[in-house]
Ligand binder design. Structure first.
Ligand code: A3P
Length: 289
């Protein structure tokens, strides 16, 4: 199958050109957010799809009707994609739920004057790197994955699509003064206590839920539920774009899968880069279940 991996370089960061153009990226930076908008922000493979589903279920008080009928990219469209405006128009959500992988230094300035609620999802970067590596194998719009050692080097150097994980996480989580509508939540927190994470999110979104509604949200956004829901597992996407013959989008959904992939040497190398990049950052990650 022919690959669609044209790269678009925007402000020094590589983006998949099949999905994003200079114009669509530029428009994203100027997007007129409304105070009622909910923005889901993440570095790729950090639990974005999971958060899209959680927010959708919370907004619908745990009723899975829309989750089962409308694709997640219509319910919470991608800000930087070239067909964003059309999908946003078709979006059934009120408030609007918008998703982005853009780094803070690009998108933050455009958000300053808005009271839109921002949910930033992060995940321990070893698992992000492994998940992203497998995703490169099935996503034809991304460059060839190559070997894992090469891929890991590019991840740590910040040269993969969507740029540096370190800049992304530090950028979005170091903004307490300017971004008081921002909630930072981790993949690991959702994984270890989904019920608690949903309650925390519903409170942030000012969408109170009774216990049964929280339980319904949990039921419909477990890994297994989502793996079997065609509206979120990306099996409805053309195989030209995501080739499910090569692997699943909903792959493992675990904390600590990096241990199956990293050699001791790679782990040491990763730890030393992590230490130096994150020296001014107090964030703590859970690396293992
Ligand atoms: P793995 O490749 O480690 O399985 P994103 O949506 O940001 O692209 O992230 C995709 C990752 O989130 C994949 O990780 C996917 O399996 C995982 N994921 C998606 N839904 C999940 C869920 N309900 N529970 C746990 N992990 C989930």
């Amino acid at each position: 199958m022919a690959r669609l991996d044209v790269t678009e370089v925007f402000h020094g960061i590589c983006f998949p050109g099949h999905l994003h153009t200079q114009d669509s990226l530029q428009l994203a930076l100027k997007f007129p957010f409304q105070d009622t908008d909910i923005l889901i922000v993440s570095y790729p493979k950090s639990g974005t799809t999971w958060m899209q589903e959680i927010v959708s279920l919370i907004s619908n008080k745990g009723d899975p009707h829309l989750s089962m009928k409308v694709p997640n990219w219509t319910r919470s469209p991608w800000l930087e994609q070239y067909y964003f405006a059309a999908i946003l128009e078709a979006s059934p959500s009120t408030p609007r739920v918008i998703t982005t992988h853009l780094p803070y230094h690009l998108l933050g300035p455009g958000l300053h004057s808005s009271k839109a609620k921002v949910i930033y999802v992060s995940r321990n970067p070893k698992d992000v790197a492994v998940s992203f590596y497998h995703f490169h194998k099935i996503a034809n719009f991304l460059p060839e994955a190559g070997s894992f050692p090469q891929f890991l080097k590019s991840f740590l150097e910040g040269t993969l699509s969507y740029g540096s994980w370190f800049d992304h996480v530090k950028g979005w989580t170091n903004q307490p003064a300017t971004m008081n509508n921002l909630l930072h939540i981790t993949y690991e927190e959702m994984s270890l206590d989904l019920h608690g994470a949903i309650k925390r999110l519903s409170s942030f979104l000012q969408c109170p839920l009774v216990e049964d509604e929280v339980n319904n949200c949990v039921k419909h956004c477990t890994f297994n539920s989502m793996k079997h829901n065609n509206m979120v597992n990306y099996t409805q996407i053309s195989p030209d774009i995501i080739d499910h013959n090569k692997g699943s989008f909903m792959r493992k959904g675990k904390i600590g899968d990096w241990k199956n992939m990293f050699s001791d040497e790679q782990n040491q190398y990763f730890n030393s880069v992590f230490k130096s990049e994150m020296q001014d950052c107090t964030l703590q990650f859970i690396w293992d279940e």
